[in-house]
Design a protein around this ligand. Structure first.
Ligand code: AMP
Ligand code: ZN
Length: 272
């Protein structure tokens, strides 16, 4: 199935986006988020781009330039959030402090900070849904990584719409993944056919992490059919798993939805 048809089917089967929704697309500058923005716009959705400028040197500068150009050419408005203005530091410095103080990996720190900012800004922009470019490879990697680390419960409620019970809480913008069933190599092909002017280099911070290494062996050993089998097979049991069942509340510092008294992002900010 071509990827546009697969996206339409995923949106319909999982009721991800309504035509009346204001759709905020989280744009990293990579092929996945650019393709999903392009396709949703083509399908007539009311889309806007949201990009966090992570301030990772030249790599971030090129992504930012590309996205400004891409959004202009495709008549999509783009909101850029400057990490230094928001948090006072770029991702390099944040990563170093948290690695030193808490032994956290750069990718997990970056993921938490990005999620926090994306939700806040999607809400500020009046978004009904927040689209990310996560694809079938990302999702099957998550299932396998959780399994290999003995953290299977982290995959509870695996689905193209994330958030589970959080959805019902005021101030939380529903996150959706229209590329959930689309293999990465298909998106790569699509972005090449469309000749998107984008940077293909991976984040300069992401080397030798668990995810990067898992991705390497998956590319070598797993077919797309097997990736789909891993995800679909796990989805059948994931709704029955008991995940993190701590009650959802508001973070005492920032007011965002949190499992603990203080959210993970504020915990990170407390070290800066
Ligand atoms: P990653 O965590 O880098 O694999 O990215 C997964 C998805 O998160 C991307 O497809 C984007 O939708 C979103 N994303 C990642 N980085 C950014 C960013 N700097 N600004 C906005 N969205 C992002
Ligand atoms: Zn907080």
């Amino acid at each position: 199935m071509d990827i546009e048809k697969l996206i339409i089917k995923t949106i319909r089967d999982y009721d991800l986006i309504k035509k009346s929704d204001k759709v905020i697309v989280a744009l990293s500058g990579g092929k996945d988020s650019v393709s999903v923005l392009y396709i949703l716009k083509k399908l007539g959705y009311n889309v806007e781009g949201l990009m966090i400028d992570l301030k990772i040197g030249k790599w971030s500068e090129v992504h930012l330039e590309n996205m400004m150009k891409f959004c202009k050419e495709n008549d999509v408005s783009l909101t850029v959030v400057d990490l230094k203005e928001e948090i006072g530091q770029g991702m390099g410095a944040i990563r170093d402090v948290l690695s030193e103080e808490k032994g956290m990996t750069g990718c997990s720190v970056c993921g938490i900070v990005k999620r926090w900012l994306l939700n806040r800004w999607a809400r500020k922009m009046g978004g009904d849904v927040l689209v990310t470019g996560h694809n079938l490879d990302d999702e099957s990697q998550n299932v396998l990584m959780n399994f290999l680390k003995g953290n299977v419960y982290l995959g509870a409620n695996l689905a193209p719409a994330t958030g589970g019970g959080v959805k019902s809480m005021d101030g939380f913008v529903q996150r959706v993944k229209p590329l959930f069933f689309v293999p990465e190599d298909e998106i790569k092909k699509y972005s090449e056919i469309k000749k998107f002017d984008i940077l293909h280099n991976a984040c300069p911070h992401a080397f030798d992490t668990y995810r990067v290494n898992t991705r390497k062996w998956m590319v070598d050993f797993m077919t797309n059919k097997e990736k789909l089998a891993v995800v679909e097979g796990f989805m059948k049991i994931s709704s029955k798993l008991k995940g993190d069942d701590r009650e959802l509340k508001r973070c005492e510092k920032c007011g965002e939805v949190s499992r603990g008294r203080i959210c993970k992002a504020c915990e990170i900010f407390s070290y800066l």
